[in-house]
Write a protein that binds this ligand. Structure first.
Ligand code: ATP
Ligand code: MG
Length: 440
């Protein structure tokens, strides 16, 4: 790997322990153990990335990345609870119960745009698998705030890029030439927005300007990687703010083109989406679980509904059937951008196909909806719509109330014949049956 000389081997600004607020109390026991053992074995050992950044911000980091000059094999020989992962670049994972500490050997950046062997025709990095020193490692990182190295030897912070100041001033600045760094890896645009949403940082003008010409490069990013990024964007508890930023920077439409088209022309769909994101953030804040299938259902709901109407005008079918069919089509289309695992698309489609059933509030079939395994999610989905004027508020109230009733009361609410007393004269059953739908 040739050294470009452009960026490497600049001396770091070393910030002594007395001049910064990163305390070991903010670092997990497991991460400290790894750092200390590497150090005692004669290696350099630094905490780097989000762990240092979030500790400076007193955000109680949960994820700790360690950088060292020990090779992965040397790391493995120090820890019995260690596995090496990754083909392109080997990383060591040291496990402590449920916590995994990632240990990466310093590596040199593939930071020369005209080095053909390391970039594809769009400038994306295809090879960055060369071990290096810390003063090379720093230049391959994305933002200056993510390139602070906390040295376990003396608890100082090594800053090569001005990241220390940028954390203090709460701004996201890309290391190096912003346009080049975005071409190397377009996911950095999503990371900018994610950190801005989570940390309340501003995105530096130089980055915003570079983003403008590069949003469409996200189309070249593998769909599986975008799913991972989607989860980080929307499950971290700052989904609403992140969503606004994604739209502001014209990134949301790159991820969800059909959704963006509807959002730009339908105020109520926008309100519904915002309400769902708020709801999801609230759940995260309360320590409750969130499932990506719910938000995916929200995002895709309007495109699916519209297509279902078209399909219904073309062919006679029930509302549920047309929704199932349209959901299948829209999800397949969406998969080309973001590959969503089946374990999310299947329940999502079930949840959406149940929506028309909330309009039926009489009889056994209506009452049985309460037992459906997707009832809870489908109910939340329906209620959210009724709250923003996308659905009937009366229905929302009916299905909310009925859940707290006794079985007898429920039978009355659903006007079941059994509730009317002993005399159960059977009404002749109506012959015209609906075609079976695809749910459950
Ligand atoms: P968080 O863990 O809160 O999501 P983080 O900054 O630790 O934030 P990670 O994805 O855990 O993010 O990555 C760890 C570090 O690796 C980053 O801080 C950054 O220095 C570097 N890094 C990660 N992804 C990229 C990327 N796409 N381009 C350049 N550097 C990256
Ligand atoms: Mg991290």
């Amino acid at each position: 790997m040739k050294n470009t000389g452009k960026t490497g081997s600049k001396a770091p600004n070393v910030i002594p322990r007395a001049a910064h607020n990163v305390s070991r109390a903010e670092i997990s026991k497991a991460a400290l153990k790894v750092l200390y053992r590497l150090h005692k074995s004669g290696y350099q050992a630094f905490l780097v990335g989000g762990g240092v950044r979030d500790a400076m911000l007193e955000l109680h980091p949960k994820d700790f990345d360690i950088a060292t000059n020990a090779t992965p094999e040397e790391v493995r020989s120090l820890f019995s609870n260690c596995r090496l992962i990754g083909r392109r670049f080997r990383l060591a994972h040291v496990r402590f119960g449920r916590e995994i500490i990632e240990v990466a050997t310093f590596r040199a950046a593939a930071n020369h745009e005209d080095d053909d062997s390391a970039h594809d025709t769009e400038g994306r990095i295809i090879r960055d698998n060369v071990y290096g020193t810390i003063d090379e490692d720093v230049w391959r990182r994305d933002f200056t705030c993510n390139a602070l190295y906390y040295n376990i030897a003396d608890f100082s912070i090594w800053d090569y890029t001005g990241g220390f100041d940028d954390v203090k001033r709460k701004r996201l600045v890309l290391i190096g030439d912003p346009a080049q760094r975005l071409r190397e890896d377009p996911v950095r645009m999503l990371r900018a927005v994610r950190f801005a949403g989570k940390l309340g940082f501003s995105i530096d003008k130089s980055v915003v300007n570079a983003m403008r010409g590069h949003t469409e490069l996200l189309a070249n990013v593998p769909a599986a990687r975008l799913f991972d990024e989607f989860l980080k964007l929307f499950q971290s508890g700052f989904a609403e703010r992140t969503f606004e930023l994604l739209r502001e920077h014209k990134l949301f439409g790159e991820l969800f083109p059909a959704t963006e088209e509807e959002l730009s022309q339908d105020e109520r769909f926008l309100a519904f989406t915002q309400a769902a994101l708020q709801n999801s953030d609230k759940r995260v804040a309360e320590g409750k679980s969130v499932t990506p299938m719910f938000l995916l259902g929200v995002f895709l709901w309007m495109p699916i509904k519209k297509l279902a109407e078209i399909r219904r005008s073309e062919e006679k079918m029930s509302e549920s059937q047309s929704l199932s069919l349209a959901a299948y089509e829209i999800v397949s289309q969406q998969q080309r951008r973001i590959s969503i695992p089946k374990r999310f698309t299947v329940p999502m489609r079930e949840m959406l196909a149940l929506q028309p059933r909330f309009a039926q509030v009489r009889g056994k079939r209506a009452m049985n909806l309460l037992q459906h395994r997707r009832f809870r999610a489908a109910y939340d989905f329906m209620l959210l719509q009724s709250e923003v004027g996308l659905g009937d508020p009366e229905l929302g109230k009916f299905w909310t109330d009925v859940q707290t009733q006794s079985t007898d009361e429920q039978a009355r609410s659903f006007q079941m014949p059994a509730a009317q007393g002993a005399d159960k004269k059977r009404r002749p059953r109506r012959r015209r049956r609906r075609k079976p739908t695809q749910e459950s």
